[in-house]
Every structure is written in C-alpha cells, then in structure tokens.
Design a protein around this ligand. Structure first.
Ligand code: NAI
Ligand code: 2PC
Length: 315
C-alpha cells in the first residue's frame, strides 16, 4: 500500500521553485498542449462552481500527461472581493497523484505556484510577442499577481522603466516598497501605459480598465485578470485592433469576457507559436489573454515534487 502523501507548504514551495527551471518546463508544456495529442496532455476546460453566498468560484483543474507520467489537479477558489477586504482573492491547492496506483503523492500549497506559473507564462508571451527593443513595462494592479509579474518580467527582460498603477496611490507605493528594483508610481492608467511597450493587467476589475486608444501601436499586453465570461479588463477597441493569443482557445471561448463580449477572434495559442504553426506578430499590437491552465500547474507541481525529493534526505 502506498504511504501517505507528503505535504509541501508555502515556505517549502518558495525554496524549491525558480523561474530559470520553471520557464523552460512551461514552454514545453504549452507546446504539448497545443498539439492536442492525448498521450501528451489531457486537460479539459476548468469546471467552475459558483459560491453565490461568498461571491466566489471554485475551479477544478485536472490534467493528465501520459507520456510524462504526471497526474495532477488544482482546486482554486477565486472571489470578487471588495477592495480592502482582509479575505484572500485567490486560494489554491494542488494534488499530485500516481497515475498507475491512483494514490495521492503530494498535496501542495498553490498560492506561490499559481503566482509564479501565471507570471512565467505571461513572460513567455512577452518573449514571443513583445518587440525585442522594448524599454517600458506598465503593470496595472498591485496585488499578488502584480508582484510575481514584476519578478518574472524583470528577471527575464531588461526594461529601462517599470511603471505601476493602482486605484490608490498608497497601494502603489506599498507595492514599490515590496519589490527589489525601481518602479514609477502613476496616478492614472493613461499615465502608466503611455508609450509602454509591454502592459500587464493583473486587476480584479470586472469592467474595462485598459482602453485601446491609450495603447502604443505595436505594444504587447498580457491580460491576466477577468477570468469570467462577463468580466472585462480590456475594451472592445483594444480587443478588436490587436492580434489576440490565448493559453487555451477553448478556455478563452468559455471563460474570457474580453474575448466573448468583444467578439474578437483568438488568432492562436501560445503553444502554436512555440510549435511554429502560427506566426508571432511582434510588429503588431498583441494581446495575450491568460486564463490559467491545469497543465501549467501539473508541470510546476511535478517540478516542486522532484526538487523536494532531491532536497529531502531519505527517512
Ligand atoms: N490568468 C490566470 O492564470 C490567473 C488569473 N488570476 C486573476 O488575476 C487577478 C489578480 O489576482 P491577484 O493578484 O491574486 O489579486 P489581488 O487581490 O492580490 O490583487 C488584485 C488587484 O486588483 C486591484 N483591483 C481590485 N478591484 C479593482 C478594480 N475594480 N479596478 C482596478 N483595480 C482593481 C486591487 O487593488 C489589487 O491591486 C484576479 O482577477 C485573479 O482572478 C489569478 C490567478 C491566475
Ligand atoms: O488558473 C488559475 O489558477 C486561475 N485563473 C483564474 C483565477 C485562478
């Protein structure tokens, strides 16, 4: 009989997961997903239950990678909280199973994994779609994803300026104090995105906050919030003018208000660009619509588990 699962919680995850190992694994996983080969990745669109009383949702994200022997599911609760609420906006737990025996090998805290894998995928979108001479990064939002995106983007690229916008100056200043490099606080979205080459939207807003008329032609936008069919971060002008990429075409058509309500066409998945089957239109304005995928969690959880085994002496 299999032993009990190991529990790998927040601080342990922190020491085991690094962008330098995570990014190549995610690039490979995105490519595998877009090949739609069921021996490589089986990943249905997230099943979402509404938690009406708590203004939230439970997302179930199972993934099986047969060739790699990885079976994983994530439980993620996310909420439409009022700003200032002391309750979390997102909570996630990952469960890694043995696909042959069916036992649970590990249970992991999903907060850092979700933050890092989401930011790493956005950074991959920028690597593929942003102009190489990009100098200015603007981040809209100052929460957990804003922090992980700051870390991933400044780790992978050399921007001359990083700007941040939040609804209150106080929050933007708090964000600046929490990061290790220089950041310019902007008092409006317009000020933050004016002339920016890369824009990351990581807000909990449900109405557009970024408008196409403010975006520099040729800029790359990684749109990470608004993960419900009736939630928006970007306006119709931006969605229609840009070449739109997604992590999962089916996910975007089912869950992205920015895609569904604007009627914009999803040109390609990031994996299609990685596989060389679709063009990276770096010269045009591009939007990467991120919804988050189970396969990203699966490869991240496997990486954490492998590192944990390497670093934990046999009992
Ligand atoms: N695409 C993906 O894979 C993932 C997406 N998300 C989504 O990313 C977004 C950010 O998540 P976290 O950073 O964890 O949340 P958070 O609560 O830590 O930060 C949210 C930020 O949005 C701001 N905000 C809230 N309401 C706003 C509004 N109406 N207008 C403008 N700004 C507003 C807050 O002040 C805060 O700066 C959420 O929508 C979350 O559901 C989260 C995890 C993965
Ligand atoms: O992929 C993910 O974990 C999430 N996407 C939207 C909210 C949480």
């Amino acid at each position: 009989m299999a032993g009990p699962p190991v529990v790998i919680w927040d601080q342990d995850v922190e020491g085991l997961l690094h962008y330098r190992e995570l990014v190549p694994r995610l690039e490979e996983a995105l490519g595998k997903f877009s090949r739609r080969d069921s021996t490589e990745v089986i990943q249905p669109v997230r099943t979402t239950l509404t938690l009406q009383k708590h203004h939230g949702f439970l997302g179930l994200m199972p993934t099986y990678m047969e060739n790699d022997g990885v079976l994983c599911t994530k439980f993620v609760c996310f909420y439409k909280r009022e700003d200032g609420s002391s309750l979390p906006a997102t909570q996630a737990t990952l469960v890694l199973l043995d696909p042959e025996y069916g036992n649970v090998k590990a249970v992991m805290d999903g907060e850092l994994i979700t933050g890092m894998r989401t930011a790493a995928v956005s950074a991959i979108s920028a690597k593929l779609l942003m102009r190489p001479e990009a100098e200015v990064l603007a981040i809209l939002g100052t929460g957990k994803q804003a922090l992980s995106h700051y870390n991933a983007f400044t780790d992978m690229f050399s921007f001359k300026e990083v700007r941040v916008w939040s609804r209150t100056r106080q929050k933007a200043e708090r964000f600046c104090r929490s990061v290790s490099g220089p950041v310019t606080v902007c008092v409006s979205v317009q000020e933050a995105v004016r002339g920016a080459d890369a824009i990351v939207t990581v807000t909990r807003c449900t109405e557009p906050v970024l408008f196409g008329q403010w975006v520099k032609p040729g800029a790359h936008v990684a749109a990470v919030g608004a993960c419900r069919p009736d939630w928006r971060e970007l306006d119709d002008v931006l969605m229609k003018e840009a070449v739109v990429y997604a992590d999962s075409r089916e996910g975007a058509m089912a869950e992205s208000g920015d895609v569904i309500l604007s009627g914009a066409e999803v040109f390609a998945e990031l994996g299609d660009v990685i596989n060389g089957t679709k063009t990276a239109h770096r010269e045009k304005t591009t939007v990467f619509k991120s919804l988050g995928m189970g396969v990203e969690d699966a490869v991240s959880a496997q990486l954490v588990f492998d590192q944990w085994k390497r670093h934990t002496p046999k009992l």
